[in-house]
Design a protein around this ligand. Structure first.
Ligand SMILES: [Fe+2]
Length: 206
């Protein structure tokens, strides 16, 4: 009887944000994201100058949790999710901890995309989903070993998730996804008429 093991796992964490306290009011979070985007002229200018579709607070607002109490609460809940994931990953953190490095708002309009990228300098990255209109984009993850697979055949359409070279995940509003920051991901084109709103973040080991 042969035995086949899976090695070098890539873990993807998915949970309802509400699994950990404090409770976050989803509609209040959505309103806050929209209000912040509307008021953030420096951020709007940055998006225009950099041909960034829609809005991100990434380049303009580095202190959301200090300015807005709902983001402070959100970070407290995310800290608990990240600690949970770090346990699953069996990280040996020593005398350092995983701490929030950045947190930012993304508003992706119809036709907007976020091309494939990693999050350098961080350990855990993730997103929580604020508005996911019907028909909007999933998030697409890519096998980090893809560059080594120059002669490998593609996988069958019904391949198990852990054997696929690309994986699409369609989160619901109120979900949080976490992954290791080296994992390449992208948001394909938003085909919905309404904005896709999410809050992304990085955690560092310090
Ligand atoms: Fe990202």
């Amino acid at each position: 009887m042969s035995q086949i093991a899976s090695l070098f796992a890539t873990r993807l964490y998915r949970a309802a944000l509400s699994e950990f306290d404090p409770a976050i009011d989803g509609s209040e979070l959505e309103t806050s994201c929209l209000t912040i985007a509307e008021d953030d002229e420096a951020g709007q200018d940055w998006c225009v100058q950099n041909e960034f579709p829609g809005y991100t607070s990434y380049a303009s607002l580095s202190d959301l949790p200090w300015r807005f109490p709902i983001f402070k609460d959100l970070v407290a809940a995310l800290d608990a999710h990240v600690a949970d994931f770090a346990g699953d990953l069996q990280f040996d953190l020593g005398d350092k901890t995983l701490q929030l490095e950045d947190i930012w708002i993304n508003i992706l309009p119809e036709g907007g995309i976020h091309t494939a990228h990693i999050h350098p300098h961080s350990v855990i990255s993730g997103t929580t989903y604020v508005a996911m209109p019907e028909g909007t984009s999933a998030i697409k993850f890519e096998d980090p070993r893809l560059a080594m697979m120059m002669a490998a055949p593609p996988r069958i359409a019904s391949a198990r998730a852990e054997l696929r070279q690309f994986l699409y995940v369609q989160p619901n509003v109120g979900d949080v996804l976490l992954w290791e920051s080296w994992l390449r991901h992208e948001v394909p084109m938003n085909m919905a008429e309404q904005d896709r709103i999410s809050v992304s973040f990085n955690y560092k080991w310090e």
